[in-house]
Design a protein around this ligand. Structure first.
Ligand code: AMP
Ligand code: ZN
Length: 140
């Protein structure tokens, strides 16, 4: 898509430090890493987010993320690793071409799931689960 920087990277028109590539996906270093080794996996076709992502690109991205995760862990000696995937401006997404963040984790790296959590009842969880189960029928 014109004006999309990850499409430009996938087309070889914008510079990127590529770590992995297959027919459907590309993985490259995040230009502004949260921690050393932070890598992004993208489909080579433009999909803005998880809601629009189609097969076979979806499966291919998650398969690639697994391969990249194992390589990043080996290369950086990471003790743990987080996969992050943000959708929508309110979800923190800033580049509207679907991507999975591969973030290696090190002891004391300071990176975390910062938000305060509020306690909920089992009833509330069950109510929410029922709403999602119902919606599941519509979206599949
Ligand atoms: P998100 O907030 O999930 O949309 O994340 C977008 C990510 O893309 C950020 O972590 C940016 O640092 C990264 N990014 C933006 N432009 C580039 C680029 N040209 N090459 C590599 N990573 C980029
Ligand atoms: Zn794009």
């Amino acid at each position: 898509m014109r004006g999309c920087k990850f499409c430009a990277i996938a087309e070889g028109k914008e510079e990127a430090s590529v770590v992995y590539e297959d027919e459907l996906t590309l993985a490259f270093m995040d230009i502004n890493p949260l921690v050393p080794g932070h890598t992004l996996v993208v489909p080579k076709r433009h999909f803005p987010d998880i809601f629009s992502l189609k097969e076979p690109w979806g499966s291919a991205c998650f398969l690639a993320a697994g391969r990249v995760a194992r390589a990043v862990r080996a290369a950086f000696g990471a003790e743990g690793l987080d996969l992050l995937q943000l959708n929508g401006r309110v979800g923190g997404q800033s580049v509207f071409h679907f991507h999975i963040h591969v973030v290696p984790r090190y002891p004391g790296d300071g990176f975390g799931f910062f938000s305060k959590r509020r306690p909920v009842t089992r009833e509330e969880l069950e109510r929410h689960a029922a709403r999602i189960r119902e919606a599941m029928e519509e979206v599949l």
